[in-house]
Design a protein around this ligand. Structure first.
Ligand SMILES: *Cc1c(COP(=O)(O)O)cnc(C)c1O
Length: 375
């Protein structure tokens, strides 16, 4: 059996080696290392894939979030609502920009931001909501866009874990996640569902004016060379990374399907087990399984992960500490117990290997060892 990894980038590369290598060599031959043709091709192909009017490539997913917030003209002290149960990047950029992060709890079944909790957290200073489409499926965008509309707020979707996912609204339309709010952000970190071989990211929008602002922000606030209209940053996707993404984008739907197949296998093995809760699939969103995350009940999670490790099966905890309990984000507004769902999830979730290359033998080994531990 092939060694089981959380993510198998080598196995995936071997299947598309020719396309990737050719693209990288073309960039080197052209010496257009920055803003080369590969970046332009990727930008327009991703716009087509997503059905988004504008894609603005940038250096990584964290920058995408930062640049998105910078483009909105928010002022220090403005409040931005986001999820307490997620990767730190979202709250980090809010804090870095001098904005005030307002954390809210999540839905216990989908792990996504709870619209009722958003409503409760609104104040006259609220300016934006950043839903994170966690683990590969969309937050409840119908409810979130309604709140935003009613209170005149911006919505920035953190789509770093859900690229390729489709959201079907109560109104009947279906759109790619990341293209529903005013802005969407993604990361091309290697282990993401659409990953390059280094760092990369992008912002999406259907708004011409915001797209114009974003193109300025990522380029030193500059539209005419050496004339700077506002304080920006330098955040670029380099051409070699774009070449890798050009080779991988045509496979993204197949990659999502492979992840979903692995998730189906896990679901079948673990459904109705008294000690496990399989991840619930949201009604309005397809799931692209960036992570396959279970909750455990009445068992010692650490002992299970140790047992799996002894059988060469990696397992991870995303995320072990809620943001309001992270040392960097301790805040007198929040205390332990304020976000009961997030706190319970952080103590009970664990994620099994999830990638495009898992085969049946590996999946059988993983599921049988989990079940063996549970007895
Ligand atoms: C990966 C990730 C980011 C940050 O992306 P980088 O490219 O690593 O900066 C932000 N938000 C979420 C939810 C992520 O998963």
């Amino acid at each position: 059996m092939k060694k089981i990894q959380m993510v198998d980038l080598k196995g995936q590369y071997e299947k598309i080696k020719e396309e990737v290598d050719r693209g990288i060599h073309q960039v080197i031959d052209s010496t257009q290392f920055v803003n080369g043709q590969a970046v332009k091709d990727f930008q327009s192909d991703l716009e087509k894939y997503l059905g988004a009017k504008h894609v603005i490539p940038c250096a990584n997913g964290t920058d995408a979030l930062q640049v998105a917030m910078m483009s909105l003209g928010l002022k220090p002290g403005d409040e931005v609502i986001t999820s307490d149960f997620t990767f730190v990047a979202t709250v980090e950029v809010i804090a870095l920009l001098g904005l005030t992060p307002v954390l809210v709890d999540v839905d216990p079944d989908t792990f996504n931001i709870d619209p009722v909790a958003i409503e409760r957290a609104l104040t006259p200073k609220t300016k934006a909501i950043v839903p994170v489409h966690l683990f590969g499926q969309s937050a409840d965008m119908d409810a979130i866009m309604k709140i935003a509309k009613r209170h005149n707020l911006f919505v920035i979707e953190d789509n770093c874990q859900a690229i390729g996912s489709d959201y079907t609204s109560e109104e009947g339309w279906t759109r790619k996640t990341g293209t529903i709010g005013h802005l969407g952000c993604t990361s091309f970190f290697p282990s993401k569902n659409l990953g390059c071989y280094g760092d990369g990211g992008a912002i999406f929008t259907n708004d011409d004016e915001l797209a114009h602002q974003l193109r300025g922000v990522v380029n030193h606030g500059m539209f005419v060379r050496y004339y700077h209209d506002y304080v920006g940053v330098n955040s670029r996707l380099d051409s070699i990374q774009a070449a890798v993404l050009n080779a991988k984008l045509p496979h993204l739907d197949d990659y999502c399907a492979a992840r979903r197949n692995a998730a189906d296998f896990y679901d079948k093995a673990f459904a109705n087990h008294p000690n496990l809760i399989i991840p619930k699939r949201a009604e309005k969103s397809t799931h692209v399984f960036h992570q396959y995350t279970l909750r455990c009940k009445g068992i010692d999670r650490t002992a299970l992960i140790d047992f799996l490790g002894k059988h060469d099966i990696p397992a991870m905890i995303y995320y072990p500490v809620p943001l309001h309990m992270q040392k960097a984000y301790i805040d007198p507004r929040y205390k332990e117990g304020d976000f009961p769902v997030t706190e319970a999830l952080s103590l009970t979730v664990f994620s099994l290997p999830m990638h495009t290359e898992l085969d049946e033998q590996q999946l059988l080994h993983i599921t049988s060892k989990v079940l063996e531990f549970l007895g």
